[in-house]
Design a binder for this molecule. Structure first.
Ligand code: R5P
Length: 287
């Protein structure tokens, strides 16, 4: 069983192959002069189960992923287990107004129709997977907790909103420390402040955790408010460091450190999603 990976998932693909005690497959991916993608599977994989680790962000990665699956089928693999570390398009998870595309489902249904199993990592809304055949989400929160416990001087985990409070609770449970989430608090008729719902953060070391950091706006605001509330140290940790242009620089101005996992590889990547992905792989296919 070989592990193939897309061009943006080298670190994670190799990490998964190492844990599974196998090798990465050889593939040629290039672009024609007009920008269209060419894929050729070069390893011998006939009748083999394969794991493909491929993101769906940015858009061109969706095409590369589809062509990788097609190449693997043409090379006569017996089964494709697709791991999508960062599932682009997950945030439009419902129809807010009539006629909108629900991109999270649209992309998932295409991918599940051309693969045998689909594994996502800390997908923005897990419930959409109930509508996608053979799909399962795994979480990197334990790895984040273990990393912070070993490497950071923090004793409170905080999510920037109630939506991410389960992540804060899960990370804190690994670290055996307190957790909370930020809420808007009305101070007077004209002033609203953001502050932890229950905890006093004065002189505490705080890790703000979230599934995705994109523009960094959510974390920057949260960090500023926590420091205004007296926090001694504020760091940020997320599963997916998506970082639109200038985000890391903005974050570094207000956070003492920023960490992310290898679902997207960049300068803040310090945590690997390989272990939880491999645990799930070993549950669903015999290795
Ligand atoms: C939102 O629901 C997500 O969990 C993140 O909080 C959001 O995507 C972060 O975006 P940004 O970094 O642009 O504030």
């Amino acid at each position: 069983m070989l592990v193939f990976h897309g061009l943006t998932s080298r670190m994670l693909g190799e990490g998964i192959a190492t844990i599974l005690n196998t090798k990465t497959g050889d593939v040629e991916i290039r672009r024609f002069p007009d920008g269209e993608c060419y894929v050729k599977i070069k390893s011998e994989v006939m009748n083999e189960k394969v794991i493909l680790v491929h993101n769906t962000y940015p858009d061109e990665k969706i095409i590369e992923c589809i062509l990788m699956c097609d190449g693997l089928r043409n090379a006569k693999v017996s089964e494709i287990l697709l791991v999508v570390p960062y599932y682009g398009y997950a945030r439009q998870d419902k129809m807010f107004t009539k006629g909108e595309s629900v991109s999270a489902l649209a992309i998932g249904k295409i991918l599940s129709s051309i693969t045998d199993k689909l594994i996502t990592v800390d997908i923005h809304n897990k419930s959409i997977l109930e509508e996608i055949r053979n799909a399962k989400d795994v979480t990197v929160t334990e790895e984040i907790g273990r990393f912070l416990k070993t490497n950071e001087d923090v004793d409170v985990i905080i999510s920037p909103d109630e939506g991410a409070k389960e992540m804060a609770r899960a990370v804190a449970s690994v670290m055996n420390c307190e957790w909370d989430f930020l809420v808007k608090k009305r101070i007077d008729g004209t002033t609203v402040e953001i502050a932890p719902k229950n905890l006093d953060v004065e002189n505490r070391g705080i890790a703000i955790v979230d599934d995705i950091i994109a523009t960094g706006g959510t974390i920057v605001r949260a960090s500023e408010e926590l420091k205004r509330n007296g926090a001694r140290r504020v760091i940020a940790a997320c599963t997916h460091g998506l970082y639109t242009s200038g985000a890391v620089e903005r974050l570094k101005k207000v956070c003492d450190a920023v960490y992310s996992s290898d679902t997207l590889e960049n300068e803040t990547t310090k945590i690997s999603a390989a272990r939880p992905i491999c645990n799930e792989i070993s549950q669903i296919i015999s290795i």
